[in-house]
Design a protein around this ligand. Structure first.
Ligand SMILES: [Mg+2]
Length: 386
């Protein structure tokens, strides 16, 4: 069945005042996303997300233009079920016939950035559409599920040292066996960040997994000092210690600590992940289906994780569509252990769809509904469309 329409919507919705938070990105007052809608000639529709930024906010105008003005004219009329062929057509542009003839990539100039984010949304929507058309969940198309349920870790932990213990304990009270807290530049010193992590361990005890995320804000020296000072706290992972531009620096930090290093949420394509692996920078790969190139490319990253015996932990901070894309991917891969579950106020996770993804007692069940398993709430789209 051929692709008939591809549409993109920039949605911007306010976060209720009581549920906002402050990170190194500033005070988070609203969430943005690009919602991508692909319809085939039979009227089946799939949805995906394309991201302009890894945090909650970001201007999506250029991604909407890229999808509707540049990619849609190229892709309308292609077979909707040939998802890999669509991916390669975007990546290789006018030289795609060479790519298919020679068996290697001939990428267009824009093979990172906006184009790959835009492709991510289209690709994810095509998986959703194919699953709905066949009446099976995406996980079935990915080879079936490796497990019946998976543990989630609660992602949040922004509070200062005096309030952090209570904040994290409120997560654990909901049944989460792991939590993630932000560390890094917002604290006045490495010593202050270390004190917050020590407080987290004290408040939660030894049995709860603690991940820390610096959003790439430490220098290499600071990150090495932090890793050394927290070495005995048994952290589950140290995420994005320094900017993703510094893969060699990330490797230097990894060499100096036994704490596993996680990264990859802002990387584009499997080739960026190959570079992370070749630099020996990481223990945990974190592709974001709304950035890396959709489920197709995230699955290729999962294969790298499986090959190199690294943990796969999809970045699931976004709308219900990128969240569930990461969930289907994680359930399909033997290398995935944990699902990220955002505890910030996020209407795109809870209100954009008629029934939000269910996490109960810190666990999420294997997806069983067709496609990504979500039903769009059209009133929400109309209300928050920019
Ligand atoms: Mg992160």
């Amino acid at each position: 069945m051929k692709i008939k329409h591809i549409k993109a919507y920039w949605l911007r919705c306010p976060i209720p005042a009581g549920r906002q938070w402050r990170s190194d990105y500033g005070q988070l007052t609203h969430f943005d996303m690009t919602l991508v809608e692909v319809t085939d000639e039979d009227g089946h529709t799939g949805y995906g997300e394309a991201k302009a930024a890894v945090g909650a906010t970001g201007a999506c105008a250029s991604i909407v233009t890229c999808i509707e003005q540049e990619l849609a004219p190229q892709l309308v009329g292609m077979e909707a079920g040939n998802i890999t062929a669509v991916w390669e057509a975007v990546y290789n542009g006018s030289r795609d016939h060479y790519a298919r003839d020679r068996g290697r990539v001939f990428p267009i100039l824009g093979n990172r950035g906006t184009t790959i984010s835009a492709l991510s949304g289209i690709d994810t929507a095509l998986w959703d559409l194919k699953g709905k058309r066949l009446g099976v969940p995406v996980i079935e198309l990915l080879g079936g599920s490796c497990r019946e349920s998976m543990p989630c870790y609660a992602s949040g932990g922004w509070a200062a040292v005096d309030k952090l213990g209570d904040q994290l304990k409120s997560y654990v009270d909901h049944g989460y066996g792991g939590i993630k807290m932000r560390v890094g530049v917002m604290d006045n010193s490495v010593r202050e960040t270390v004190a917050r992590v020590e407080e987290a361990r004290r408040a939660l005890g030894q049995e709860i997994d603690i991940m820390v995320d610096a959003h790439g804000t430490f220098s290499v020296t600071e990150a090495r000092r932090f890793a050394r000072m927290t070495e005995d706290l048994g952290l589950y992972w140290f995420e994005e210690p320094v900017t993703s531009d510094n893969k060699a620096g990330t490797a230097e930090i990894r060499r100096g600590t036994t704490t596993p290093i996680a990264a990859g949420e802002s990387e584009f394509t499997r080739f960026d992940f190959r570079d992370l692996i070749e630099h020996k920078s990481v223990d945990v790969l974190q592709p974001d289906c709304a950035i890396v190139g959709g489920i197709t490319e995230a699955r290729r990253v999962a294969a790298l994780a499986e090959t190199h015996q690294l943990e796969l932990a999809p970045h699931c901070w976004g709308s219900a569509f990128s969240f569930m894309a990461g969930v289907h991917l994680a359930f399909s891969s033997p290398s995935a252990v944990y699902i990220e579950h955002s505890l910030g106020g996020n209407p795109l996770l809870y209100d954009l769809v008629k029934e939000a993804p269910q996490v109960a007692d810190g666990r999420i069940q294997q997806p069983t509904r067709p496609g990504l398993g979500l039903e769009i709430n059209p009133d929400f789209v109309q209300k928050f469309r920019v």
